[in-house]
Design a binder for this molecule. Structure first.
Ligand code: F3S
Length: 245
């Protein structure tokens, strides 16, 4: 029988309870076409080092649990094939979030920011009736916007999250635009007020990292740009109308 090829994996290790600083462990993993990085991590944990910690759940790009930094890019381990990674596969945890162990980070700050932007429909007048009908075009506009799986890859890739810990970040800001653009939502001014301060959309330096790494093509950069335009358009209207224009 033909022997399987092996690939070297270099994996970030750190246990804040016992280690003074992080280090990397290397493992040789037998692989064949179709094997994902997540499957390789499973192999390592089951056969080489049972203490390796990482997150995963659905194994098919839906739950968003296995986002990590693989050879220079934030991506989902379950969607990255070993055969497509050149050379040694170097894996690091997501940036800007505290490490719980190895590749597992504390996602609480990410979800707290998401909670802060009210990620649900605010429908306005309750007398309008229970059913709020959308046209096909109105729904089609939301198609990509609703695909976010909250993996946090955009958050980790954004340099602004690294120096401003209160910056809402690309995922939460894109979510604001998702509800702002929803024809059933009636909280436009409330939503724009939530993202107008120094930790909101104007903190975004249009770095595009979030757009590049998003596994679902949500394009946070364009969503943030739309919110900026909306806020500026409103402020110009107020200024001009004050001057009687
Ligand atoms: Fe960050 Fe994306 Fe803006 S990477 S700076 S949120 S365009």
């Amino acid at each position: 029988m033909e022997k399987k090829k092996t690939k070297q994996f270099k994996i970030f290790r750190f246990n804040p309870k016992t280690d003074k600083r992080h280090y990397f462990d290397t493992f040789d993993v037998p692989y064949e076409a179709g094997m994902t990085v997540l499957q390789a991590l499973n192999y390592i944990q089951r056969n080489l080092d049972g203490s390796l910690a990482y997150r995963s759940s659905c194994r098919e790009g839906i739950c968003g649990s296995c986002a990590m930094h693989i050879n220079g890019k934030y991506c989902l381990a379950c969607e990255t094939q070993v055969i497509h990674v050149k050379g040694t596969v170097t894996i690091r945890p997501m940036a800007h979030l505290d490490i719980i162990k190895d590749l597992v980070v504390d996602m609480n700050p990410f979800f707290e920011k998401l909670k802060a932007i009210k990620p649900y429909l605010i429908p306005g007048d309750p007398d309008e009736g229970a059913e709020r009908i959308q046209t096909q075009d109105e729904r089609a506009y939301l198609n990509t916007l609703v695909d976010c799986i909250l993996c946090g890859a955009c958050y980790a890739s954004c340099a602004v999250n690294g120096f401003d810990e209160d910056y809402l970040g690309p995922a939460a800001l894109a979510k604001v635009n998702r509800f702002f653009m929803d024809s059933r939502d009636k909280a436009d001014e409330q939503r724009l007020a939530l993202v107008s301060d120094e930790h909101g959309v104007f903190r975004c330096h249009t770095l595009f990292n979030c757009q590049v790494v998003c596994p679902k093509n949500v394009n946070p950069t364009a969503n943030i740009a739309n919110l900026k335009r909306q806020i500026i358009a409103r402020s110009l209207t107020v200024k001009f109308s004050k001057k009687g224009m």
